[in-house]
Write a protein that binds this ligand. Structure first.
Ligand code: ADP
Ligand code: MG
Length: 277
């Protein structure tokens, strides 16, 4: 058995006595402290994320909602293991990411991809769209030149951009088109989960709606799951099955979207909802 399979089997049997398949993503007790510079006047460390528990089933869309500074981006980085938690675990299909070798971790990254807020900052301005969307395939040595070309065309089609855009550079694209390219790149390795960190916040409202529609379609078409990070409850409502409300690094309320909107349990959720037009 390959080491990854053995680790997976061990984690699965150790953690599951009910015989049920583990959720795609399972976050427990997730905590991240940051050291603060001396003289910042706030104590020595900041607990940016404080004991988060949540799960995400395959194909599910969970919104992580919170105001600026509540710990959303820190959570995204921890889930993708771009950063390490101070305490707590992130499991992908029952396997603790902390138990993986760097090679296994690299493989697990094929299954979870990040889409950032600012598509311009994340797209190299020197490269054509073709090069940008083929990059993950090159990095993982997938396919030959012809196969990568075909795949690039397929990816552009998935995000509803015409094939002629393959020869353009990011500066020649609108904000919405750039975000489509960023999504196409994130889909290149056929992940199960996209972690979207405020993917529409930098876009005009009409363009926001188009990108949200695209994400909803991709979900139907590909069975993709989302950890969808936003400060905007209205956006969460449009796309997500469940909502988790984050305040100062803690989850104050998690539930089905309609329930959270109709009958918010926590006072803070009510405040956030009151601010939604
Ligand atoms: P959000 O994405 O919800 O706006 P962040 O996760 O970016 O929030 O930040 C949460 C808190 O952690 C903020 O107070 C932020 O200043 C702090 N923080 C984030 N990253 C770092 C870091 N690398 N070093 C120190 N503090 C950080
Ligand atoms: Mg953020």
């Amino acid at each position: 058995t390959a080491p990854a399979d053995a680790a997976k089997a061990a984690a699965t049997t150790a953690d599951r006595t009910d015989g049920a398949a583990p959720p795609l993503l399972e976050v427990s007790g997730l905590t991240r402290d940051f050291d603060l510079p001396r003289g910042s006047g706030r104590g020595r460390t900041l607990r940016a994320v404080d004991g988060l528990d949540f799960t995400l089933a395959r194909g599910e869309a969970l919104a992580l909602v919170g105001e600026s500074g509540s710990g959303k981006s820190t959570t995204a980085r921890l889930v993708l293991r771009l950063d390490r938690p101070t305490a707590g675990t992130v499991r992908l299909d029952g396997v603790d990411l902390a138990s993986l070798t760097s090679r296994q971790l690299r493989d697990s990254r094929r299954r979870m991809q990040l889409v950032y807020q600012n598509p311009f900052a994340s797209l190299d301005p020197r490269f054509t769209v073709r090069r940008i969307v083929e990059e993950p395939l090159r990095a993982f040595r997938i396919g030959d030149r012809a196969e990568r070309r075909a795949e690039a065309a397929r990816l552009l089609d998935l995000v509803a951009l015409p094939a002629r855009f393959l020869e353009r550079r990011p500066a020649e694209l609108s904000g919405g088109q750039r975000q489509r390219v960023a999504i196409a790149r994130a889909l290149a390795l056929r992940p199960d989960l996209l972690v979207c960190d405020e993917p529409v916040s930098a876009l005009d409202v009409s363009v926001q709606a188009q990108i949200l529609e695209l994400l909803a379609e991709l979900r139907k078409e590909l069975g993709l799951g989302y950890l969808f990070i936003t400060h905007d409850l209205a956006v969460a409502r449009q796309l997500c099955d469940r909502v988790a409300v984050l305040r100062d690094g803690r989850l104050v309320e998690t539930g089905p979207t309609e329930r959270v909107f109709a009958e918010p349990v926590h006072e803070y959720t009510r405040e956030l909802l009151a601010a939604v037009p």
